[in-house]
Design a protein around this ligand. Structure first.
Ligand code: ZN
Length: 182
């Protein structure tokens, strides 16, 4: 009984390895090619021998197809773990809209409405009031599918890039649960 207790205590012992991830980028543009190697244990850890490293080779290509008004992201990944290879792929496309589209114009208007004043606190107050007014309008556009948080300008910028990063981050997190990408 005593021996059994001792053995079971031994089998539940865990190591303190944190695991390592090493990413090598071979190419950044126009095609992104990178390799990621993950190991769960350090080389000297007794569990290292029974734990296989995972290698992930991924190719990603992103382009704007103006004729289709779409930005397209294509990704292919080959994952190798314990001698088994798995190929996964994804094709994500975003709508490309002009800067004059309602959502981008609304965000731009918030910035334009802030007067050119030297008092930074007053300028921030104007901006905050503009944001408070714009956020419900933006949320309404998303719900009516007149705009999407995933929309892109022809140069690839999203609403988050154009303005209000922090506020839109919060808003997108809320919208994400109810709206799927176009
Ligand atoms: Zn370990």
């Amino acid at each position: 009984m005593h021996k059994l207790k001792k053995r079971s205590r031994h089998t539940v012992t865990h190591c303190n390895c944190r695991g390592q991830t090493k990413t090598t980028v071979y190419l950044q543009w126009p095609i992104q090619l990178q390799r990621t190697q993950k190991t769960a244990h350090d080389k000297l850890c007794p569990y290292a021998t029974c734990e296989d490293a995972m290698t992930d080779l991924s190719v990603r290509f992103s382009t704007c197809v103006l004729a289709l008004k779409r930005k397209v992201d294509i990704a292919i990944a080959i994952t190798q773990i314990a001698g088994v290879s798995r190929v996964s792929h994804s094709l994500v496309h975003y709508r490309v809209v002009p800067e004059s589209s309602p959502a981008f114009r609304l965000v731009q208007n918030v910035h334009d409405a802030v007067p050119q004043i030297s008092d930074r606190r007053l300028a921030e107050l104007y901006l905050r009031k503009g944001i408070q007014k714009a956020v419900p309008e933006l949320q309404c556009m998303f719900q009516l599918q007149e705009a999407s948080p995933y929309d892109r300008l022809p140069d690839g910028r999203s609403l988050l890039h154009v303005g209000l990063p922090r506020i839109l981050c919060d808003l997108c997190a809320k919208i994400n649960s109810t709206t799927a990408p176009n």
